[in-house]
Design a protein around this ligand. Structure first.
Ligand SMILES: [Mg+2]
Length: 190
């Protein structure tokens, strides 16, 4: 018998609201008053190039995990319920290039009662690509474009920085996890 299909699920801003907390750190450090909805581009340092460069952006990424950990919450309050349901039919792999440590990722999943099978920590988004996985859930517009061209199916979690990505046969958008689960099941039936 064939095993369960693996779903590759990103962590930052697909499971937890991370950029929202990054913005807090950014505002604190720079005196700016940016908000989550201002983040209309994927590369944060380009968006705020008047005050930060790539190095500073990364510094703030690390700082966010250090200083904002307690304030990081799920992208959708229904996520634990949706994951528990998906868990019956699929293998849920949390595949992430996050600046967080494995312990922090595990801690957040546990704190929020999120069911999953495995955490795979990779170095960059390209490393998420695997022969064993057909379906990915991610917020990264670059991953969506590249992986769909590799023949993968992508559920793109709606965020201000990926709104210009159009749906096609391989990319479907989802604004909630209830919607994401529906799209996953649709792709899984292909
Ligand atoms: Mg992400």
């Amino acid at each position: 018998m064939e095993g369960k299909q693996i779903i590759g699920i990103d962590f930052d801003d697909t499971i937890v609201n991370y950029v929202e907390r990054w913005i807090e750190v950014f505002n604190r450090e720079t005196g700016k008053k940016a908000s989550f909805n201002d983040v209309k581009a994927w590369r944060l340092f380009k968006l705020f190039s008047d005050v930060i460069d790539e190095k500073k952006m990364n510094e703030f990424f690390a700082k966010t995990w250090k200083e904002e950990y307690e304030n990081i919450r799920l992208v959708d309050p229904l996520l634990p319920k949706v994951f528990a349901d998906l868990y019956n039919d699929f293998s849920l792999y949390v595949i992430t290039a996050s600046f967080a440590s494995d312990m922090q990722i595990e801690g957040l999943l546990k704190r929020n009662n999120v069911k999953y099978d495995k955490i795979v920590h990779v170095r960059s988004h390209e490393d998420k690509l695997s022969d064993k996985i057909r379906i990915y859930v991610d917020d990264n517009p670059v991953t969506a474009k590249e992986f769909s061209e590799e023949g993968k199916y992508i559920v793109l979690f709606d965020r201000p920085w990926n709104r210009d990505v159009k749906e096609n046969g391989r990319i479907k958008r989802a604004a909630t996890w209830t919607e994401a689960a529906r799209k996953i099941k649709e792709f899984a039936s292909y």
